[in-house]
Ligand binder design. Structure first.
Ligand SMILES: Nc1ncnc2c1ncn2[C@@H]1O[C@H](COP(=O)(O)OP(=O)(O)OP(=O)(O)O)[C@@H](O)[C@H]1O
Length: 242
């Protein structure tokens, strides 16, 4: 039986863009007090509605600035929509931004415990899975290095390894994987495929249409914050590439 796991109803996201450049906090406060801060309203998402079923591998495609990352942040509850409602049934492991959920001053080891705790894992669980996380990320030689010295690919490897060590109900992957080398991307795709086989619902943003084709059963094409089309992967990808 098909079960809806995410229900997005009439979501609109507005951002206030400052009209002029403010360089310092002092300048910001002075202008705020004098009532001289002017904003332009920017609508990143317009009245978006769709549902994701349990077991779907749901892809978001669209040109730069279409609203894909904003939509994922709303699904992961990092952003609250200006209007509309999102209902999620189950646990979410979000991989939204490279380095999100890490403290740059702490070592890889310390961050495994910090980031793991943010994802809701106990210390005991993380101690048990510590070696597996480190091995998947291939960062054993860097275990005691502060992550501020990591490259963006190393950050992404560590984040992906922690988020996928257990099977969440829903895995959200923004383009963080694109900073990994091709070998690691292959490894991630294999692990995502294993998670899919085990019933995890996956939501993916990628400019790699090949990856979208290989993994997704449904695709949304976002265009200037609106749904241009939604449905069968092959049909939407073919139109997108035209
Ligand atoms: N915090 C913010 N404040 C102001 N504007 C924002 C903010 N976040 C996103 N935007 C704007 O919303 C629009 C959509 O951005 P978003 O990052 O969701 O696009 P995207 O489809 O993921 O793009 P890309 O493919 O380039 O990653 C952009 O015009 C962006 O400038």
């Amino acid at each position: 039986m098909v079960e809806t796991i995410i229900n997005v109803e009439h979501v609109t996201m507005k951002f206030n863009l400052m009209e002029e450049k403010v360089d310092t906090l002092k300048e910001y406060v002075v202008k705020l007090i004098k009532g001289k801060l002017f904003y332009n309203e920017f609508i990143a998402l317009h009245d978006i509605s769709f549902t994701i079923d349990r077991g779907d591998i749901f892809g978001f495609i669209g040109f730069n600035g279409a609203g894909k990352s904003t939509m994922l942040k709303i699904l992961a509850e990092v952003l609250k929509p200006t209007q509309g409602r999102v209902t999620v049934k189950g646990s979410i492991a979000p991989l939204i931004e490279v380095g999100a959920g890490f403290d740059p001053e702490l070592t890889a080891k310390e961050n495994i415990f910090l980031n793991g705790a943010i994802l809701g894992h106990s210390k005991k669980f993380l101690e048990k899975h510590f070696d597996a996380i480190l091995d998947f990320a291939a960062l054993r030689d860097f275990v005691n290095v502060p992550v501020k010295n990591f490259s963006s690919g190393m950050y992404a490897r560590l984040g992906f390894a922690i988020a996928t060590e257990v099977r969440p109900d829903i895995l959200i992957v923004d383009e963080v994987l694109s900073v990994g080398d091709y070998k690691f991307q292959e490894k991630c795709e294999k692990r995502i495929q294993e998670m899919i086989n085990n019933g995890t619902t996956v939501i993916l943003v990628s400019h790699d249409i090949g990856m979208i084709r290989r993994l997704c059963n449904k695709v949304v094409w976002l265009d200037h914050g609106r749904i241009k089309d939604i449905g069968d992967t092959e049909r939407i990808c073919r139109m997108y590439e035209r």
